[in-house]
Design a protein around this ligand. Structure first.
Ligand code: B12
Ligand code: SF4
Length: 556
């Protein structure tokens, strides 16, 4: 039942459990886990075809972290529990409210978690939020008390009788965990990983397929947590001192679109002498609002950018030569992660290869490919539904953009959609080589261009970013060159050229490290490939965090 929102009788004294959906994720099961849909950003949708070179990493559930951090009630957060962990927590403590966060693909898990709550903790109020809430008639599919559409911090504050518009306090978030590449787990040391900063949710561009934009209001709308650059600067300073970071993963769908805020931030960074680096998401039209030096001085070192087909009509790409833009960004040391949709309306079996070749020709550092996927809540879904083109019998668990179409395409069959998608990943890898190599190439270009730049902050950032290029990345390139020698000589040759440039730039140290560590990395990469071939998958660790917590007498 979806009751109209009211204040919980216990207000801020209500005890809350916030949880993500349960794992394990990278396996096929009755609750909607799929081997093809692991809880990994890169391996799921970016570097999936790169074998042992694929970047493996997990990200926390930031939405519920933000909610937990902005309420006064005693609150436990469970990230990546198993069903058993979830059940244990429900019985070990008495919870007045259980909040479940999910996206559409995990609907089956939400249903099961609601069932478990009713069974083990019948007096708890169940609140479900996140993108799953975009599903019409969700209240008929799961047994929840509240379904929250859109921004959740203000909703939860209101439900607890707190001020929904109070300033947002940002949690300290280490952006990635359990990183692994070439079969080697990376050391998790303080400051070694970027901090995630979430300035806003939603995007005003309103592309028809975009679920994030639609969920937070659609075209022209978004929800800003920090309006000014100065506020954002303070949040980043806190993360710098608490987590010891210099690099930030800025989780905002279109960070650079908000030019005034970004330039205010730049002023603060200059005044505070901050040599920070920043990974951002931005549309091409937003990137073009800046001079390249502005981006570099702002510390932008990585941009995730949509590179839809030349024939697509998305406003974000209007008047942009995306090939030229990508090349320029990389020449200035900015790593580019392209994102391309397979199966747009104008795609046909005859033109799709050419379209994929065009995407691959961008030679981005990373490239995400996703199927054109109408999902509930978006204008595209409404259009397709009105045209009677949605396929009714597809399990939501399979609608994650990496399997097959969930609608009738005018020219491409479902089975072919998967074939073309897989070919795109394969072709990008075949032509451009492993992302690790491409990243090194971009970093070297940046270093050469900016090592003597007048602004000391910029020099410091490039020196910091390049430190690994002299050592461990050189060794990784040694291994990659050998690895590809017999299977893709063209890529091997490109890597060799880069290696000789590195040796010229960094001299004996780089050569020494490559010669000693390179063979080890070649061995670990091959071992990793054997493990993957044998079916090994990776799962995120379960994390439990309590806040404002006072144990109850008896039950804790
Ligand atoms: C980080 C991320 C991931 C991480 C997941 C980490 C995790 N622990 O779950 C990774 C990389 C693994 C991932 C994977 C996938 N993701 Co993802 N991901 C994101 C991303 C980039 C950021 C999410 C985020 O933290 N946003 C910031 C926070 C503050 O916003 P939020 O999560 O929406 O939370 C707010 C509200 O939704 C609400 N809320 C959230 N939870 C709750 C709970 C309660 C109780 C309440 C009241 C409110 C509430 O309040 C929050 C604050 O306002 C979003 C895009 C985006 N910009 O949001 C896509 C996104 C969520 N992912 C999406 C998809 C499709 C996937 C994949 C299926 C894609 C794929 N093939 O790889 C897989 C699924 C993997 C799986 N097995 O479940 C879609 C969801 C679409 C949909 N309609 O369901 C999104 C929106 C991207 C997109 N535009 O298509 N993803
Ligand atoms: S520009 Fe990107 S984030 Fe914004 S609406 Fe379009 S696809 Fe979504």
């Amino acid at each position: 039942m979806n009751k109209s929102s009211q204040v919980h009788p216990k207000g801020i004294h209500a005890r809350i459990l916030l949880t993500s959906v349960f794992g394990p994720y990278a396996q096929d099961d009755e609750f909607g886990s799929r081997t093809i849909n692991p809880m990994e950003l890169y391996h799921n949708q970016v570097t999936r075809a790169q074998g042992g070179f694929s970047l493996r990493m997990f990200h926390r559930s930031w939405g519920i972290m933000m909610i937990q951090h902005n309420i006064s009630a005693p609150c436990t957060l469970l990230d990546f529990p198993t069903r058993e962990d979830f059940a244990r927590e429900l019985t070990a403590h008495q919870y007045d409210i259980v909040g479940i966060s999910s996206i559409l693909v995990n609907l089956g898990k939400v249903r099961e978690m609601c069932r478990i709550v009713r069974q083990l903790s019948p007096y708890s109020t169940i609140v479900v939020g996140g993108h799953v809430a975009a599903l019409p008639a969700l209240d008929q599919l799961i047994d929840a008390d509240y379904i929250v559409r859109g921004e959740g911090i203000s909703w939860m504050r209101r439900y607890l009788g707190e001020d929904p518009d109070a300033p947002i306090s940002h949690p300290q978030i280490v952006s990635g965990l359990k990183t692994r590449v070439m079969g080697v787990p990376l050391l998790e040391r303080k400051g070694g990983t970027a901090a995630t900063i979430i300035p806003s949710v939603g995007c005003p561009m309103g592309c028809n397929f975009c679920t994030t934009s639609a969920f937070f209001g659609g075209k022209g709308k978004f929800v800003s947590f920090y309006e000014s650059g100065a506020e954002l600067y303070n949040v980043m300073c806190q993360a710098e001192s608490t987590l010891g970071v210099q690099t930030f993963f800025v989780m905002d769908e279109n960070f650079l679109l908000h030019r005034k805020r970004a330039l205010q931030l730049l002023e603060c960074m200059k005044a505070g002498k901050k040599a920070w680096g920043m990974a951002v998401f931005a549309s091409a039209n937003a990137v073009r609002q800046y001079k390249i030096e502005e981006l570099v001085e702002l510390g932008v070192s990585w941009i995730w950018m949509g590179l839809e087909s030349r024939q697509s009509r998305y406003a974000k790409l209007k008047d942009t030569d995306s090939l030229e833009l990508t090349r320029t960004l990389r020449e200035h040391g900015i790593r580019v992660q392209g994102s391309t949709i397979i199966g747009l309306e104008h795609h046909t079996p005859d033109n799709i290869r050419e379209e994929i070749e065009h995407a691959v020709a961008h030679n981005t550092d990373f490239h995400q490919f996703m199927l054109y996927t109408p999902v509930p809540g978006t204008p595209l879904f409404e259009e397709m539904t009105a045209q009677g083109r949605m396929l009714e019998d597809i399990d939501l668990a399979d609608i994650h953009g990496q399997d097959k179409f969930n609608f009738r395409h005018a020219a491409i069959s479902r089975d072919d959609s998967k074939r073309f998608l897989d070919w795109a990943f394969w072709r990008d890898f075949e032509r451009n080589g492993p992302s690790l190599y491409r990243m090194c190439e971009t970093m070297l270009q940046g270093w050469r261009r900016y090592k003597d730049y007048p602004d000391p902050r910029v020099r410091e950032r490039f020196a910091r970013e390049t430190a690994k290029l002299r050592t461990v990345y050189s060794a990784a390139l040694w291994a990659a060159e050998r690895y590809f020698r017999k299977i893709n000589n063209d890529v091997s040759r490109q890597i060799r050229q880069l290696r000789s440039q590195l040796t010229r730039e960094f001299g004996a140290v780089s050569r020494l490290v490559s010669d000693t560590m390179g063979p080890v990395l070649l061995w670990t990469t091959r071992r990793e490939e054997r493990r993957l071939a044998a079916g090994v998958t990776y799962e995120p660790p379960m994390i439990l965090e309590r806040r404002n917590w006072i144990p109850l007498a008896g039950r804790g």
